[in-house]
Design a protein around this ligand. Structure first.
Ligand SMILES: CC(=O)SCCNC(=O)CCNC(=O)[C@H](O)C(C)(C)COP(=O)(O)OP(=O)(O)OC[C@H]1O[C@@H](n2cnc3c(N)ncnc32)[C@H](O)[C@@H]1OP(=O)(O)O
Ligand SMILES: CC(C)C(=O)C(=O)O
Ligand SMILES: [Mg+2]
Length: 554
């Protein structure tokens, strides 16, 4: 067998931090969220968002409760510049929301960025330059000192322009881009040089954003890098440490969570993880992960379908059906044992009245995201009795006794196996009707009358039935209508016994019906039957007939 060319790659060198503290910490409050959908997300799209799409995305982010939003790279394109001007000139930025703009450390780009933010109440100016050993060598052809010079020169220019600006509060953010590939001592060195040029204080902190521009190692290593940085940087209290993970190894969320444990206070990410290559960290998943630990996520996700819809329209990128919390299939169970446990869990929760969520296989209440329970259980050939019974109860109000659940599950299984497809609720109902409610021949009930005179006496059932050949009127005795009916049927050669009986009402008011379930035993085993009628006695007799006819069909 040809081996994969694994020896082309080198393992990431672990960080030496034997007394690391982050594994003992937990995240107990939401971070400061900063959406970078309109910048990092947008720059990674096949077709960047139109002005109209940007505006819809911006409004969605506001609705969700983001207080910091990177709205673009205004010096890079006229579209981004114009969008920023639109937000400012049309006064579309709420007072409690701060916009953020990205720029490279190049004079003409920084000056243009300041033109773009004129008139904003407050803006975060985000300066970045790449600092990794690889990028210094191959992209910039510069040593550490020269790269530090790029960052410091840009910072000083931003300081001057911010000082000259009136009416706009400028918050400064610096990113040593490609931080995960940067030697930690150098990341600290360049950031301290930038801090010295900016002059943050505990009252006026600057943001230091430590991006996993490329996710290069396991999440614990990113956490080590963040803790190392936080422990070594001078004047830690003068900065807000921001985390900006990408998802190259598919562990962006895990890396972000561990990085928060390691000292991060702010997260830059996007909805559903859109962004360069495999994406930015997904803030929806992160926020929901917090919520399921009992922590206020400080983002509103209660109408997840709308968030998905707007996001998909703006980015033209579909949300995967199995995307955590949001995918169309994540609140759906197809397999029998999962369905059974969910059904039991939901009913136990209803009965206990507990005010915390606890349902097997459902880590979150779909209703909290505006999803409904109806989609929870779907039926195919992997499904079992529990799920089918749940669906019949939710959709049609039928509460099937256990024996009937078992029998009907076999029917459904056969149908699903034959079609190889999922069965809709309507199809399940059709099969239920065919199997039980329409099992009204060869034996059928034409009329019946039950008379019961004193409490200690048997009642008498007079019923007219057809047996497929001729019509008969039979009389039988028993302590209830079903017993008496079964007794009467002996006269035309139908010899069965009642094993179990259940009934309940379906629907309300004028549309209410009675449904009866029986289990009868006869010459060749036990079978269930179901009857529905406005009248409970008629429903019970129909249920007996249904069981008899099912036996005949066999
Ligand atoms: C990790 C990230 O997501 S970073 C953000 C990336 N986003 C984007 O790049 C989207 C917007 N960018 C653009 O549209 C363009 O890059 C522009 C308009 C900003 C600049 O365009 P140009 O000047 O034509 O080209 P380009 O971006 O290729 O510039 C590369 C030059 O800038 C230098 N450079 C790159 N980044 C930086 C930086 N952060 N600070 C200073 N110089 C930088 C490069 O070394 C290179 O220099 P060279 O021309 O001497 O080789
Ligand atoms: C601009 C920076 C922060 C970035 O997007 C990255 O490094 O991924
Ligand atoms: Mg990025």
């Amino acid at each position: 067998m040809n081996k994969m060319p694994f020896d082309k790659y080198r393992a990431f060198t672990p960080i030496s931090l034997p007394d690391r503290q982050w594994p003992n910490r937990a995240v107990t409050t939401a971070p400061i969220w900063c959406s970078v959908d309109l910048r990092d997300g947008n720059q990674a799209l096949i077709e960047p968002m139109s002005p109209d799409a940007k505006r819809r995305m911006f409004e969605l982010l506001l609705e969700m409760g983001f207080k910091e939003i990177e709205v673009g790279f205004p010096a890079a394109s006229q579209t981004d510049f114009d969008f920023l001007r639109l937000l400012i000139d049309e006064k579309l930025i709420p007072d409690d929301v701060t916009i953020q703009v990205l720029t490279q450390s190049r004079e003409h780009l920084i000056r243009r960025t300041f033109e773009a933010i004129k008139g904003a109440r407050k803006a975060i100016v985000h300066l970045y330059n790449s600092t990794s050993e690889l990028q210094r060598r191959v992209v910039f052809g510069a040593d550490r000192e020269a790269v530090t010079g790029i960052a410091v020169t840009g910072t000083k220019l931003i300081r001057d322009l911010a000082d000259q600006m009136t009416g706009t509060e400028v918050v400064f953010q610096y990113s040593p881009e490609s931080f995960t590939g940067t030697e930690l001592d150098y990341a600290v060195e360049i950031t301290e040089a930038v801090m010295a040029a900016w002059g943050p204080t505990p009252e006026k902190r600057m943001i230091v954003n430590l991006p996993a521009t490329v996710e290069m190692a396991t999440p614990n290593i990113y956490a080590d890098q963040i803790e190392w940085f936080c422990r070594h940087i001078k004047d830690r209290r003068n900065i807000i440490v921001s985390i900006h993970p990408h998802n190259d190894r598919g562990t962006g969320v895990a890396a972000a969570e561990l990085a928060l444990m390691a000292g991060g206070e702010r997260i830059e990410g996007t909805l559903f993880g859109n962004g360069e290559r495999t994406g930015n960290v997904d803030v929806v998943t992160m926020a929901m992960n917090l919520m399921t630990q009992g922590v206020d996520p400080e983002l509103r996700l209660s109408d997840i379908n709308r968030i998905i819809e707007v996001s998909q329209e703006c980015t033209q990128i579909p949300v995967h059906p199995r995307h955590p919390y949001a995918g169309s299939l994540v609140f759906t169970a197809f397999s029998g044992s999962h369905q059974d446990a969910i059904k039991k869990g939901l009913s136990a929760l209803r009965q206990s009245g507990a005010n915390f969520w606890e349902v097997p296989y459902l880590p979150v209440d779909p209703a909290d995201l505006g999803r409904s329970y109806e989609a929870v259980i779907r039926i195919n050939s992997q499904s079992g009795k529990g799920g089918i019974a749940y669906l019949l109860e939710q959709e049609f109000g039928l509460i099937l006794p256990r024996a009937l659940q078992v029998e009907f599950a076999q029917v459904v299984q056969r149908r699903a196996d034959a079609s190889g497809k999922e069965l809709s609720a309507a199809e399940i109902w059709k099969h239920f009707e065919e199997e039980f409610l329409k099992a009204d021949h060869p034996v059928s009930l034409i009329s019946h009358k039950f008379e019961h005179h004193g409490e200690n006496e048997d009642g008498v059932m007079t019923a007219t039935v057809e047996n497929g050949v001729s019509r008969h009127t039979v009389k039988g005795r028993g302590n209830g209508p079903i017993d008496a009916f079964i007794d009467g049927l002996k006269a035309i050669g139908i010899k069965v016994q009642l094993v179990d009986y259940h009934e309940h009402a379906v629907g309300r008011g004028a549309n209410a019906k009675a449904v009866a379930y029986v289990e009868i035993t006869g010459r060749d085993g036990t079978l269930s039957g179901v009857g529905m009628d406005e009248d409970i006695v008629a429903a019970s007799l129909k249920a007996v007939i249904s069981a008899i006819n099912r036996r005949e069909r066999r």
